[in-house]
Design a protein around this ligand. Structure first.
Ligand SMILES: Cc1cc2nc3c(=O)[nH]c(=O)nc-3n(C[C@H](O)[C@H](O)[C@H](O)COP(=O)(O)OP(=O)(O)OC[C@H]3O[C@@H](n4cnc5c(N)ncnc54)[C@H](O)[C@@H]3O)c2cc1C
Length: 538
């Protein structure tokens, strides 16, 4: 058994772990980033197949007052373009250009649901209010990425005037923490309308988070070369500043009392501080606390009980298409980031009660019942369609187009079908239905121009990223979150009950996504640096 020693070890080379590692290496720490896959990035990743570039995880990035300030702070220049969003229902499509596009969205909804004009006006009013809150929330560069000891101009001209508005807004936001489905029932009686507004959000998404999406549509940007350029840039900086990246290394044991990690090859790693930036249930499952103080063990066991009972949030099914049709044909229809609902009927209970029934009675029902549920599910769903080549033409071979069509998908359904032994039969059934729905509606040219296609399921995400239940944004939005979920407390989100172990990433704070994963990565690095400073003084 060989042993490596480091000031700080970061486990998980997703965007959170990379952020922690880059800040620690910049501060001159001896830092090692351990990643189980060959490449870093986790759910922020771009891969190339047959000359087509595809984004495997997130399709575009939101600044949220976090990403650009971080890049500036680190001296990283990333060439980016706006990732323009289109929204479509049946035959009508609008393109989101600026704040005025909210009026176009209102008109689109009114055209689709003329019987619900008053309700639509009310929803738009609420979205407008949420957008104002978002302007405050993301209105300045996040102070966590500023040098507050030296940048007096930022403190006096921006931060101090902003703070009272922030505190006021946080109060408002916290009052909108109830699930969006529940909230919308108080405003919208028309169930189809309610579905069309909210069905592409995760189950029980907090209202504020869901209704803030219109602001986020305007915030989306895309790095030239694909979203994977962001983790690549961070990785290069880590190496430049002397940090070590150990890929294809999976941590399978944490010995918290000895400050030791063990990987799949039985190699051990000694740390002064550990930042765990991967799946949190895994940390709790593989951590031994034998030699620790009884008080710490008790708190750890309580936390572990809470964590292991909770589940990850919704996962996603992604269908990747290589198409023998030029980008221009697609550009005429919609932007490269497109939320499309082929039917105004809405999913209704298809993705809730009907699905629960199906899962609860899974072993009693026949395959054909599941497939007929699938007919409805694919017909009434909302799809996120991304065309990397429309954001950066270099990302597709000349005259051809790559598409990613995705939607939220229930991990348990795929898991049960796999256990029942017919996943390989189910996947083409699902792919063919999605292709039929999309080519019968918005992209008829897909009918005979697809060169090849392949897909990733929630199970692929679980096995590749190690994310519990294939979750793509951390914890499911249930009551009694096992982690911090109030923005004003985000500073504490990186603490664990274990000495010298911090947590970061999408499991450390909820609701999460790329910006919050980056923020927690930085907060964890700051905690470690503070700890080291204190240690050096004593
Ligand atoms: C299709 C899709 C769309 C999305 N859309 C958005 C969006 O619009 N906006 C948004 O903000 N977010 C979006 N997200 C979510 C966002 O991508 C993630 O929340 C974020 O990237 C999580 O980053 P992370 O570093 O916390 O975790 P991850 O990316 O999961 O990284 C964890 C890393 O740890 C590694 N690892 C796991 N276990 C071990 C181990 N035992 N040892 C070593 N390494 C290990 C994994 O391989 C992985 O690289 C989307 C995600 C997907 C998949």
């Amino acid at each position: 058994m060989s042993e490596n020693t480091c000031n700080t070890i970061v486990v998980g080379g997703g965007i959170a772990g990379l952020t922690s590692a880059v800040y620690l290496s910049r501060a001159g720490q001896k830092v090692m980033l351990i990643e189980k896959n060959k490449e870093c990035g986790g759910l922020v990743n771009t891969f190339i197949r047959d000359g087509f570039h595809f984004d495997a995880g997130v399709r575009a990035l939101e600044d949220a007052g976090i990403i650009f300030p971080m890049l500036k702070d680190l001296g990283i220049e990333l060439e980016v373009v706006k990732s323009k969003v289109s929204l479509g229902i049946e035959n009508d499509i609008i393109h989101i250009e600026d704040l005025n596009s909210l009026t176009n969205y209102r008109d689109l909804l009114k055209k689709t649901f003329p019987e619900s004009e008053v309700e639509i006006d009310e929803v738009i009013k609420i979205i407008r209010t949420v957008m104002k809150h978002m302007d405050v929330l993301y209105g300045i560069e996040n102070p966590v990425f500023k040098d507050l000891r030296h940048d007096r101009e930022f403190i006096f001209k921006k931060l101090l005037p902003w703070l009272p508005r922030f505190i006021f807004t946080v109060g408002k936001i916290n009052r909108m923490n109830i699930p969006v489905e529940e909230y919308l029932t108080t405003v919208v009686k028309n169930t189809s309308l309610r579905d069309i507004i909210s069905q592409h959000f995760f189950k029980n998404t907090p209202t504020f988070f869901a209704l803030s999406y219109f602001s986020l549509y305007l915030d989306y940007f895309y790095p030239k070369g694909g979203v994977g350029k962001l983790p690549e840039a961070l990785k290069n900086k880590i190496s430049e500043w002397g940090g070590e990246i150990k890929s294809e290394t999976k941590i399978i044991e944490v010995m918290a009392d000895k400050c030791l990690l063990r990987d799949q090859n039985n190699i051990t790693y000694k740390y002064d501080n550990l930042i765990w930036a991967a799946d949190l249930k895994t940390l709790y499952k593989i951590t031994g606390t034998e030699g620790l103080l009884p008080k710490i063990k008790t708190v750890f066991d309580e936390s572990k009980n809470r964590m292991l009972k909770k589940r990850g949030g919704d996962s996603v099914f992604s269908l990747f298409l290589e198409v023998d049709e030029p980008l221009e044909s697609f550009r005429k229809i919609a932007n490269g980031h497109f939320f499309y609902t082929p039917s105004k009927i809405g999913l209704g209970e298809t993705h809730r009660d009907d699905l629960s029934q199906l899962l609860n009675n899974f072993y009693k029902i026949e395959k054909k019942q599941i497939l007929s549920w699938l007919d409805k599910f694919t017909l009434f769903n909302t799809y996120e369609i991304s065309i990397p080549g429309l954001k950066d033409p270099e990302l597709a071979p000349p005259g051809k187009t790559g598409l990613i069509i995705s939607f939220l998908a229930e991990y348990e359904l795929f898991n049960k079908i796999q256990n029942a032994g017919w996943l390989n039969e189910f996947i083409p059934e699902l792919e063919n239905r999605v292709l039929r729905v999309i080519s019968d509606s918005v992209y008829p040219m897909l009918k005979d121009k697809i060169i090849t296609h392949f897909s990733f399921t929630p199970l692929s995400i679980e096995s590749r990223i190690g994310s519990s239940e294939g979750a793509i944004t951390g914890w499911s939005f249930q009551k009694n979150m096992p982690v911090i979920n109030k923005i004003q407390n985000s500073d504490r989100s990186v603490l664990t009950p274990l000495p010298s172990i911090y947590q970061a990433g999408q499991w450390a704070y909820s609701p999460a996504g790329v910006p919050m994963s980056i923020l927690t990565g930085k907060l964890a690095a700051d905690r470690v640096l503070k700890q080291m400073k204190k240690f050096r003084k004593t």
